[in-house]
Ligand binder design. Structure first.
Ligand code: HAM
Length: 440
């Protein structure tokens, strides 16, 4: 029995699983390119300091970290955001703005495993740098939605919960809270869905008993789920910042509606995001039926590049994971079945015919056809069986009698019809067959 199992939470991708993963990546890439994003990549192993205090307490406790042979404290990347900030920060002056970048890569977090959560997972990351206004949020939320829609998912399958850490700040400031207390409340809000009232425990430990009226207001604000409820709660409050911010909200929602995405976005002040660096609008995408963890999450993080020691630059982005995503596609029957990977199967009479067959196999492969044959010399019957199992539409038969006449047999495996073609025109015959949809 297996002695060397893979580590818990790390996935192996057998070919059928990899075909499904590649399908997801292909569609994500297509969507990102359609929105004008350029692809980048970066190291998997990073200095530990990049995440300390930048990503937030939760991620810090989940790091796979160690000391390398040169005595450096390093960590497998748990997320892309600090890394992409370094890339942008390093070349800030040379990069044309807005910078619209995306990447697809693997990430590592020592998490408790559950449905849709592993210790290694892939994320699409898409980020815009250099744009302070809601135009950046518009593009990113639209791209996030398109990444889901590209697979045939619609507003009945998923929704994006839109919230705003600024609005929380402005609101709690009008209730008399200082910055430290606001942060304490926000970290309780982040955990409230999971923990209920226990989410406020840390706040109480740090700042003393929570005033009942304040708590009621916080809970009511978390429950705000429409623009009109938001306006009703905040409309009467005299704060220029607050009123200007409501204007941003209206414009962002109007932009998304104009793009045809209005039905996928919902106001939801219950989302504040746990990562330490978010500074404004935040959003998370969820399955409508609600039994899966988040499909994607992101938001604005205008101060992170500055915290890494570069000139500050506004930034917004999101990460979308592959695990909950694949589960959702499968649940909805939207994951295609990935079929045969062979176009042409070459049946070879014997040793004497191999040289001719190999030359033509190489020619067909160079022309882009997926060609397979039996590595070992076996009887015709076995080769035909293998040809059928390969899913190939076409078999080319290299027998001694045919080759002596300068021809090969061309068998259409869908109707078993067969005819001879000159060996010299094998590539043309195969091309004709596939371009005419198999009726040559
Ligand atoms: P995040 O919310 O930590 O954000 O992760 C984004 C998505 O990655 C999640 O919604 C989920 O789909 C997937 N994900 C996260 N952890 C796991 C896990 N252990 N197993 C499976 N999937 C997981 C970020 O990572 C931010 N850096 C996103 C971002 C980019 N913000 C701005 N730009």
């Amino acid at each position: 029995m297996a002695q060397f199992q893979s580590l818990p939470g790390f996935r192996e991708f057998y070919p059928d699983a990899l075909a499904r993963r590649n399908h997801i990546f292909r569609q994500w890439r297509r969507a990102a390119h359609a929105y004008g994003f350029s692809e980048y990549d970066a190291p998997i192993l990073e200095p530990l300091d990049l995440y300390k205090a930048k990503s937030g307490d939760e991620i810090e406790t989940q790091l796979f970290s160690f000391t390398d042979k040169g005595g450096r404290e390093v960590a497998l990347r748990p997320e892309m955001t600090p890394t992409v900030c370094r890339l942008v920060g390093e070349k800030a002056n040379a990069l044309k703005r807005p910078i619209k970048w995306f990447s697809i890569g693997e990430f590592y977090r020592y998490e408790r495993m559950q449905k849709g959560r592993g210790r290694s997972f892939f994320q699409l990351n898409a980020d815009i740098f250099g744009e302070p206004g809601i135009e950046a949020e518009t593009e990113l939320i639209a791209l996030l939605i398109q990444c889901l829609r590209g697979f045939g998912l619609g507003a009945e399958d998923f929704y994006v919960r839109l919230s705003d850490r600024n609005l929380w700040f402005y609101y709690l400031e009008t209730l008399g809270l200082d910055e430290a207390r606001v942060r304490g409340i926000l970290s309780a809000v982040d955990r409230y869905e999971k923990l209920g009232d226990d989410a406020f425990k840390d706040y109480v430990t740090e700042f003393g008993p929570l005033d009942a009226e304040l708590k009621a207001k916080v809970i009511a604000f978390m429950g705000v789920k429409t623009m009109s409820a938001l306006e009703a709660t905040l409309g009467a409050l005299v704060s220029d910042k607050l009123q200007a911010r409501l204007g941003d909200w209206r414009r962002l929602l109007a932009n998304l509606a104009a793009m045809g995405f209005g039905d996928c976005v919902e106001v939801d002040l219950g989302v504040v995001r746990g990562l330490a660096y978010y500074t404004g609008f935040v959003f998370e995408a969820f399955d409508r039926k609600g039994d899966l963890r988040a499909l994607a999450g992101g938001g604005r993080y205008d101060t992170l590049i500055g915290k890494l020691g570069y000139n500050e630059m506004p930034a917004v982005g999101f990460g979308m994971g592959d695990m909950t995503f694949a589960l959702l596609l499968e649940q909805r029957g939207l994951m295609p079945a990935f079929g045969p990977t062979t176009d042409v199967y070459v049946v070879i009479g014997g040793e004497a015919e191999r040289t001719a067959a190999f030359l033509d196999i190489a020619g067909l492969r160079a022309a882009g056809y997926r060609v397979d044959y039996s590595l070992k010399e076996v009887a015709f019957g076995k080769q035909f069986k293998a040809a059928a199992e390969s899913g190939a539409k076409l078999a080319l038969i290299y027998g001694g009698d045919e080759l002596a006449k300068g021809v090969v047999k061309f068998r259409d495996l869908s109707d078993r019809s067969e005819h001879e073609i000159p060996r010299a025109s094998v590539v043309e015959a195969v091309r004709d067959y596939f371009t005419t949809g198999g009726t040559a």
